[in-house]
Design a protein around this ligand. Structure first.
Ligand SMILES: C[S@@+](CC[C@H](N)C(=O)[O-])C[C@H]1O[C@@H](n2cnc3c(N)ncnc32)[C@H](O)[C@@H]1O
Length: 421
């Protein structure tokens, strides 16, 4: 791994410049709904964010949408960052922290842990855990400099095991992408405690808040789309890649996966297209459609760009698709002539069951349009022993059931925030 330039001594900054940038950030966060309470606002004003990212220019540090990448793997992928302020404040608001609480932060760096420490106050406890000793060491230095080291314990550890020595926790706030709910998290949370995390469900990551209902049952509310760095260690995701053709692969965690020889060559078979009749404007968000599609059995995401396909897919590289034996269907989003800025979802199937699979996919889009299009997305039930039924997503540690009959909108922003954290 490599670390981007690490500054041991913070540069001298003009306090008036910091004040102006902070003021602008707070106003923006309030406007978009990422900052709502006096307590979190006070924390944002109290903790000098620039002290946790001394190698970045102030304008970037206080840009509410900027992710400050602090560490990369040899291949260049980001492995650690100071997350964007909008997502940090949103998660803290949704955690509903109170003075005196015991909090575990998974994924360290220091800044977010200092914010938590400010909200839970001197009677609270914060443990900030990171799998990377370099990140932990750096965080310890920053926390000492800002006067938070006696209120935040920065430890090295793998999220998979939680932090038994500090349990039970009133809140667990995970700041790294999770695709599963390890038993340690549920076990180390008090009844009624809240687990806030960027939960990736079949490739779609959303800020989700689970409340422990007793025993191992968690009930979760989904919220904004997010893009945190991937989990390392024992809980690192291991999606299966099934070759289709050239650069196109089907990435799926479905169980069972398609046989390796089932899909190659499928695009050479003639395509069958089914129009859904569902239109969408150029700037309209469709993230609830993506989440809605994850409930289909045989769901996966196709890699590749328009040039790799016979018919142009709706988006590049994370193209929602379903497979059924040797048949593959995915969505296209061609422009319609009238009105000028509208597009229509069209299901495109290849393979022996192209017609039925494409028709089922188009119908799935119609149901989304009728029932969920303007809704907040699903609520989740998570329990390791949930009976396997249609729509239940199996992960290594648990079973997730998406319930779509939500009416209330819990803390979604008016921002389409899809920057990587
Ligand atoms: C987005 S950064 C955390 C941001 C941070 N909380 C802040 O103050 O902005 C994600 C961190 O998670 C850490 N991480 C990745 N996998 C982990 C694991 N299994 N256990 C603990 N930490 C992990 C990475 O090393 C990285 O530092």
């Amino acid at each position: 791994m490599t670390t981007s330039e690490t500054a041991d001594t913070a540069p001298d900054h003009d306090p008036a410049v910091i004040e102006a940038l902070l003021e602008a950030a707070v106003t923006r966060l309030r406007t978009v709904g990422a900052l709502r309470s006096e307590e979190v606002e006070r924390a944002v004003r109290a903790v000098p964010r620039h002290a946790f990212a001394p190698e970045f220019p102030l304008e970037e540090v206080y840009d509410p949408r900027a992710v400050l990448i602090t560490r990369r793997a040899e291949g260049g992928g980001a492995t650690s960052s100071v997350s964007a302020i909008w997502v940090q404040t949103l998660m803290l608001e949704r955690a509903r922290l109170e003075p005196g609480m015991r909090v575990l932060e998974v994924g360290g760096g220091g800044y977010n842990a200092a914010l938590i420490a400010e909200v839970v106050g001197p009677t609270g406890t914060v443990v900030s855990m990171d799998i990377d000793p370099v990140v932990t060491e750096r965080a310890r230095g920053f926390l000492a400099r800002t006067g938070h080291s006696d209120r935040v314990e920065a430890v090295v550890g793998d999220a998979e095991h939680g932090h038994p020595a500090g349990a039970p926790f009133d809140r667990i706030i995970v700041t790294v992408a999770a695709t599963d709910l390890p038993p340690a998290w549920t076990g180390q949370l008090v009844d009624g405690g809240r687990l806030v995390l960027p939960l990736g469900v079949r490739g779609h990551q959303r800020i989700t808040v689970f409340t422990k209902q007793g025993g191992d049952l968690l009930v979760g509310e989904t919220g904004n789309h997010a893009g945190f760095v991937p989990m390392q260690g024992a809980g690192a995701p291991a999606p299966r890649m099934v070759p289709v053709t050239g650069a196109v692969e089907l990435v799926t965690d479905a169980d069972p996966v398609p046989a390796p020889k089932a899909l190659p060559g499928v695009f050479a078979l003639s395509a069958h297209q089914v129009r859904s009749g569902v239109r969408i404007g150029g700037m309209e968000p469709f993230s609830t459609l993506q989440m809605w599609m994850t409930g289909l059995s045989g769901f996966g995401l196709l890699t590749g760009t328009a040039e790799d396909f016979v018919h142009r897919p709706m988006v590049p590289n994370a193209i929602p698709a379903v497979w059924d034996g040797a048949t593959l269907a995915y969505l296209l989003l061609p422009k319609v002539p009238d009105p000028a800025e509208a597009y229509e979802y069209v299901a495109c199937g290849h393979g022996p069951r192209a017609e039925e699979t494409a028709a089922a996919l188009a119908e799935h889009v119609r149901v989304w349009d009728r029932e969920h299009r303007n809704g907040p997305g699903p609520r989740f039930l998570a329990h390791p022993d949930l009976p396997g039924a249609d729509g239940v997503i199996r992960t290594r540690h648990t079973r997730l059931l998406a319930l779509w009959d939500r009416t209330e909108h819990d803390h979604a922003l008016d921002w389409k925030a899809d920057t990587r954290e």
